[in-house]
Design a protein around this ligand. Structure first.
Ligand code: ATP
Ligand code: MG
Length: 245
């Protein structure tokens, strides 16, 4: 982690008709940050991520990306069947490589190798030629994670990546992300309700409630009395690692 700004958000407001989903939000993400973005349902987390990805336009304020960022993006609840039907796993994962390519966008032998390696990394090499629509929800989520990772991103932007994963895969997933962060210095923005599992990894927590209610370390987040009921009524708060103060 260092203090080189990567993403700067300044006075950001995003509206849906009259409703302000995000209200006057400002923060900076530095290179190498590992940030958890938390908040209740409807608090604006996905709206924020989509705005960072350039998929929604600010009504006020700005988002600036410094230099060239190669994000790996995992959207929330992608309607996989509709978006990717009738593609195979190989084809879906390959779309994670396409953004970087110039026309004509053919897959090279090294692309195919990279896809196979990434599937192996996600422990699903045997799914390569399967049709995405025939897979279980958790298998589909692993495929989408592979798609986010296949292009060697320098920033991972993950919107509730573990929601369909079983306990084993959830652990494996956090190991993978932590490894990428620690050994490759990848910046991670992770939208999650699973702050219990992530609290020990992240160096920052952003807590949204339309406005940015909190931006600081996980320990400070736990200690902030203002943040109850989110912190203090969390069903898993007594688990190890969760706000032991
Ligand atoms: N396309 C849209 N049109 C109208 N309202 C929207 C749209 N997208 C989001 N909203 C509203 O904006 C608010 C924030 O939604 P958002 O999806 O960002 O919440 P979230 O924090 O990601 O919630 P969750 O934890 O359920 O994923 C909600 O009240 C939602 O209804
Ligand atoms: Mg969301």
């Amino acid at each position: 982690m260092n203090d080189t700004p990567l993403i700067t958000v300044d006075g950001l407001t995003v509206k849906f008709q009259q409703f302000e989903a995000l209200k006057d939000i400002s923060f900076t993400i530095n290179k190498g940050d590992f940030v958890a973005i938390v908040g209740a349902n409807g608090s604006g987390k996905t709206t924020l991520i989509k705005t960072l990805m350039g998929l929604l336009r600010p009504d006020k304020g700005s988002v600036s990306i410094v230099g060239d960022m190669h994000p790996g993006y995992l959207p929330q609840n992608t309607a996989v069947q509709e978006r990717f039907f009738p593609s195979t796993v190989e084809e879906v994962v390959s779309t994670g490589l396409m953004a970087k390519k110039k026309f004509p966008k053919f897959l090279s032998a090294s692309d195919r190798k990279r896809i196979r390696e990434t599937l192996k990394f996600m422990k699903i090499p045997h799914l390569l030629k399967k049709r995405i629509g025939t897979l279980s929800g958790g298998q589909q989520q692993r495929v989408l994670l592979a798609r986010a990772l296949v292009g060697n991103p320098d920033v991972l932007i993950l919107d509730e990546p573990t929601s369909a994963l079983d306990q084993n895969m959830r652990g494996h997933f956090f190991d993978v992300v932590r490894h990428l962060h620690e050994t490759h210095g990848i910046t991670v923005l992770l939208v999650t309700h699973d702050i219990v599992s992530t609290g020990e990894y992240v160096n920052r927590v952003l807590y949204l409630e339309q406005t940015l209610r909190f931006d600081g370390t996980f320990d400070a987040f736990c200690e902030d009395p203002e943040l109850s009921p989110f912190v203090h009524t969390h069903p898993l708060k007594h688990r190890e690692g969760w706000c032991q103060h």
